[in-house]
Ligand binder design. Structure first.
Ligand code: BTN
Length: 268
């Protein structure tokens, strides 16, 4: 079981992660964080669970969090976003920075992660972690964000191929040893904190591009309004994906709940 008192002691005062709400077993940290945020939870509130029974992934999928083997947490964030195009770039950066923080935390363990746009983290071509960013609007203004992060830490945390639409792995399987969940949690939250202290969208986009999965390879991207196939060029300045499409040149794609799939990797 995660030692919540120890996590709390190690979180820096004034940084993200406090107050810390720890639940041994919960439906979804994201749902609980949403309820707490609606009731006024402050910026930086961290909801962590040892086990989730109704974990939620992107695209309305289930997210598996068996006990004592994974990380599952949600941060309540209340950023002051600029208006107009600068605000859109900031929101895109928020959507990317969780995956970047995850990738850096895994690199500190000696792993070589890749980021599958927009915010999945892969080790050896398999998904090890994901980010669910939910935005609560009040009229045209972002009131709060809920950043939910799930990491398959121990081998037993990775769901079987039949249960997911993308092959999964765990940190333990990919790195060859089992890291401390407490250390990994603090490393990820600390890196998210550093990125949001001085939100620098170009630096975040550059960090993602350095680790971008399938760059130069054929992919299919669905954005709700359109599905395109092409060669993955990069993540653009607005957080969108840029594909080189035959006969069309470089096409910039973004939209709610986008989906990217490599063309040459068979599904399990
Ligand atoms: C994805 O589909 O890749 C995103 C997965 C996000 C899962 C995390 S686990 C903690 C938080 N609580 C949830 O119910 N979902 C997110």
């Amino acid at each position: 079981m995660l030692d919540a008192a120890s996590v709390e002691r190690r979180l820096p005062a004034g940084g993200l992660g406090l107050p810390l709400i720890f639940q041994p077993r919960v439906g979804s940290t994201q749902t609980l964080a949403g309820e707490l945020a609606a009731a006024g939870a402050t910026h930086g509130t961290l909801v962590v669970a040892d086990e989730q029974t109704e974990g939620r992934g992107r695209h309305g999928r289930r997210w598996f969090t068996p006990p004592e083997s994974a990380l599952a947490f949600s941060l309540v964030l209340r950023p002051n976003l600029l208006s107009g195009a600068a605000g859109s770039r900031q929101l895109a950066a928020w959507n990317l920075l969780g995956a970047l923080a995850l990738a850096e935390a895994l690199e500190a363990l000696g792993a070589r992660p890749a980021i599958k746009w927009p915010n999945d983290v892969l080790l050896e071509g398999r998904k090890v972690a994901g980010v669910l960013l939910e935005v609560e609007w009040v009229e045209a203004t972002v009131d709060r964000l809920l950043m939910g992060i799930g990491v398959n830490v121990a081998a037993g945390a990775a769901p079987p191929g039949t249960a997911v639409d993308y092959p999964a792995t765990s940190v333990e399987e990919a790195v060859g040893s089992l890291p401390s969940r407490e250390d990994l949690l603090l490393s990820i939250v600390g890196r998210i904190d550093a990125y949001c202290q001085v939100l620098d969208p170009p630096a975040i986009v550059a960090g993602v591009n350095q680790r971008l999965a399938y760059r130069g390879q054929g992919v299919q991207v669905g954005t709700g309004s359109a599905t395109k196939q092409g060669i993955l060029v990069a993540v653009g300045e607005e957080g969108e994906i840029v594909l080189r499409v035959e006969g069309e040149g470089d096409v910039h794609l973004s939209g709610a709940d986008p989906h990217l799939r490599p063309l040459d990797v068979p599904r399990e």
